[in-house]
Ligand binder design. Sequence first.
Ligand code: GAP
Length: 468
Amino acid sequence: MTTQPTLEVLNSLCKRRGFVFQTSNIYGGLANSYDYGPLGVELLRNIKASWWKTFIEKRPDMVGLDSQILLHPETWVASGHTTSFNDPLVEDAVTGKRYRADHLIEAWQQKHDRPDHELAENMSVEEMGKYITENKVLSPDGNAVAAPRVFNLLFETAIGAVTGEKSKVYLRGETAQGIFTNFKNILDSSRVRLPFGVGQIGKSFRNEVTTGQFVFRTLEFEQAEIEYFFDPEKTDWKELLSAWKEDLWSFVTNQLGISEENLRWRQHSDSERSFYSEDTYDLDYNFSFGWKELWGLAYRTDYDLKQHTKHSGHEHTVTDIESGKTFVPHVIEPAVGVNRMFLMVLTDHFWEDTERKRTVLKLPFSLAPYKVAVFPLVRNKPELVEKARKLYVDLCEKFPTTWDDRSNIGKRYLYQDEIGTPFCITVDYDSLEDDTVTIRDRDTAEQIRIPQAKISEYIAAAASRMIR
Ligand code: GAP
């Protein structure tokens, strides 16, 4: 197993090369909030495009959706978020800083090597309080903490301009509820038949208190969620869940190129699982700070649709064409955070090439922000620059391409390696004579000379080998 880059190393690369910046840093930043720079936005877009293509475009049983961030507030009452979307919080008795009680317990157990102790995720808030007292769990600053309290994660805001007449709404805590509230609309307006799924990618908001995990846990983040509806009498939920496990694993390893050794399935224990779920798994990734949830996969029965029927008065049923039976479909939910996929992709493809003394992001071709970089050998020879510029404009039509004429060729290679550009093309004096160019492969650092007319063909063939 290769050593993972630490969060500090990744954070520094992301800032230096324009993947991720601390948000509002000119004002001192905002906790757990980040902006995606010119390269970060491209990588995020490529991850989302890959998810959409795999799970929506290529599947006849799936359709897409883009629902609102602000939904009717009753949605969150029906879903249970207003009452049970809580984290257990403790406060440092001296500094007043707040921490997640379960995270403090986890850290204490790791430090004292207590795998025999009950996991924090299986404890109630009262049990966490007792554990903290009995084991003298302290804050990261070494101070005592007060008994844990529950803290709702939903962000509240208000509609209306006039104070007193404003009505409370919430920034959505998950994209899933917009799918449930549109279930009937989709069923009535499209050609879908059970079993079918609805997927959407969008921003979600949670009032998280944990800091220091870079983009792993943020206040504002993107989710890619699917609700897959089925008739439990016709489809065996255990088989369906297994099929989804295979599909998620295949996406992460084949499309995102992640090493299998850094992935594992973890089944939720009875006490950890939501009361309405029959079975839940997390697809965990081995981040530099431990195995953490990347993707949740839950069999949620018919709980959500029934809750929305109860609170809205609208039926959420389907009538089986053959038997005439009317019933509420059951649902399996694969839910992933796009920003966590982003962090995993950077972690897994980060490579310190000690032999050639360079840092490389060995991104799969489909994920790389730029596929090609074009350089004129020197920038003070107009005929070279003109020829390279023409090639750059031509390649931009075919692949995301970047231009670099700063410093020397060696430094340009190092820069492109660090941002994961698979191919660098140099236009030199020979190019003016015979229309050939040098093309360099990011992973092998090998350079070959090819006719300019063959570039696209060469890249297309080489790209298919560039999964890992
Ligand atoms: N609808 C189910 C649901 O939202 P979840 O496990 O709370 O389930 C799904 O969230 C995924 O969203 C997680 O597996 C994780 O990848 C991502 N996620 C959750 N909270 C996050 C946060 N604060 N920052 C970044 N990603 C987050």
